[in-house]
Design a protein around this ligand. Structure first.
Ligand SMILES: Nc1ncnc2c1ncn2[C@@H]1O[C@H](COP(=O)(O)OP(=O)(O)O)[C@@H](O)[C@H]1O
Ligand SMILES: [Mg+2]
Length: 492
């Protein structure tokens, strides 16, 4: 895999007379070399013949490092073909992959969706792979799929392909029952409104408030408010999860937007991706979904800075001597933070014990350029005690989601033909085209620029959010009231 691009590897097996030996060439890493022991045991324990001669396996192209256990199955089948167990003469039109267990059973492997897509692109006819990966491969149409559970199955599938091809039914998406409902959140009307606007326009959102105010609680309810993935978005998201080995067995296409919430001790490589054989990071796993950084100011500064490339470009590029891997990473960033080190700045009941210097040093951890990325910032005050007792539930996620979906439809129609689908993605020139404002709103904004010392970027951000607020109320024209509301969600 290079990023989420699969590149085919040809497995050649030669069995010749000589002292029994099993050598592997073609830049296999240590994991691939261990394949020898699994292959030998799996063949023997399946009651199939294992040659007592010299075996040489070559993995081509030789200049690309091979990793992972998926080469077990093609190596074993190559040996069995040399032994005459496989009658079929040509198997080079099939992709073969799977990890073998010592008893001959076949385990799931990662990266199946991008591999199937590459097989289709290269004009191959089918793919022989572990049963538990079959639904994932079936997302790509036009390939014959041969799901196998054991090495013996695989031999049979090659010798009698007619009976072995399957068309796995698409797995029904799992319900989203693990996501809690916004109905549980009492009060916090301003924060709830900010959350709705952020979801409607795909805007980055920062929640600031004292401990216990419900920031984490609200952020975790965002997945229940976002619209489902479109087909193309789902393909991208599923590919990344597949390469990372995070697709549950038997899954087809992902349907829910990913929600990733890494702990603040995460390394920069784990956040944006890395490694000698580059793996996607949290940023890419959150592609088309949400990256939630709880206690955002507790993250190491280096880690936060690493977010800048993906935030600007929507991709992560990892350069290695052999090749460069590119991972997509366009996500909605949601941050939660205390307003100061002790957490009680601005609290009406408890007093803040921090000095002004401590407060400003704390906020400086969120560097200017990163802070500038949040389209919406909202203060989440501690819930007044009397509200805790009231039983009136808040509005349910399903109702908020219906408005969000409607606003997204407006945006998708408006930006049809451009390469964007949400207001958050508007470029400065598209803002001029699509976020025209009437004179009254313009005066309001000019005044705000003066009073709040808005930067050019800050000005554009207000327009984008105003555009989303207008879309939520079903209005084609942005009005002064939309601009006024957008101005409320400014950096503290
Ligand atoms: N607005 C609210 N409505 C209902 N429960 C709340 C609210 N705010 C806080 N709570 C309760 O307090 C707990 C702690 O909230 P949490 O989200 O962890 O706060 P924070 O992340 O702001 O420190 C929640 O699990 C919830 O039980
Ligand atoms: Mg919290």
């Amino acid at each position: 895999m290079f990023g989420v691009q699969a590149c085919p590897v040809h497995v050649e097996v030669d069995v010749s007379f000589g002292m029994p030996a099993f050598t592997m060439v073609g830049l296999p890493d240590a994991g691939v070399r261990e394949s020898r022991d699994r292959v030998r045991s799996a063949i023997r324990n399946s009651g199939l013949p294992f040659p007592s001669h010299r075996i040489t396996v070559n993995l081509a192209p030789a200049d690309v490092r091979k990793a992972g256990a998926a080469f077990d199955l093609p190596i074993a089948l190559g040996i069995l073909a040399a032994e005459g167990v496989i009658e079929r003469r040509h198997i080079a039109d099939l992709v073969l992959l799977g990890e073998l267990s010592l008893d001959g059973s076949i385990h799931a492997t990662r990266g199946v969706l991008p591999i199937a897509a590459a097989a289709r692109r290269d004009g191959l006819s089918g793919i022989l792979l572990p049963v538990s990966n079959a639904s994932e491969a079936a997302i790509v149409t036009g390939l014959s799929i041969f799901p196998v559970a054991t090495l013996t199955d695989a031999v049979r599938a090659l010798n009698e392909p007619a009976g072995a091809a399957a068309s796995p039914a698409p797995v029904p998406p799992p319900p989203m029952d693990h996501v809690a409902d916004l109905a549980d959140v009492r009060g916090q009307l301003l924060a709830r409104r900010a959350l709705e606007i952020a979801c409607a326009g795909g805007h980055h959102l920062l929640l600031a408030g004292p401990p216990g105010a419900g920031k984490t609680m609200m952020a975790r309810r965002i997945p229940g408010v976002l619209p489902p993935l479109t087909f193309d978005e789902a393909l991208d998201a599923t590919s990344v999860h597949s390469v990372a080995g995070l697709l549950p067995a038997g899954t087809g296409l992902l349907v829910h937007r990913p929600f990733r919430a890494p702990h603040h001790t995460i390394s920069d490589a784990a956040l944006v991706g890395g490694g000698s054989l580059p793996r996607p990071g949290e940023v890419s796993l959150a592609h088309h979904g949400v990256l939630f950084l709880d206690e955002m100011l507790e993250f190491r500064r280096r880690v936060l800075e690493a977010l800048r490339q993906p935030l600007e470009e929507g991709v992560v590029t990892i350069a290695r001597a052999a090749r460069t891997s590119v991972f997509l990473g366009r996500f909605m960033l949601v941050g939660a933070t205390n307003p100061c080190p002790c957490g009680f700045l601005g609290d009406t009941v408890r007093a803040c014990r921090c000095t002004p210097q401590q407060v400003s040093r704390y906020r400086d951890r969120l560097s200017g350029p990163l802070r500038d990325r949040f389209d919406l910032t909202v203060e989440v005050p501690a819930l007044p005690l009397q509200l805790f007792g009231t039983a009136t539930p808040g509005e349910a996620s399903a109702r908020v989601r219906a408005r969000v979906v409607a606003a997204r439809v407006c945006q998708a129609q408006r930006y049809h033909g451009h390469s964007i689908s949400t207001n958050a993605e508007l470029t400065p020139s598209l803002i001029r085209t699509y976020s025209e404002i009437p004179p009254a709103a313009h005066r309001l904004l000019e005044e705000a620029v003066r009073r709040l010392a808005l930067t050019a970027r800050g000005y554009d951000r207000v327009l984008k959010v105003a555009r989303t607020i207008a879309d939520l109320s079903g209005q084609t024209q942005i009005g002064a009231e939309h601009v006024a509301e957008a101005l409320q969600f400014r950096m503290l």
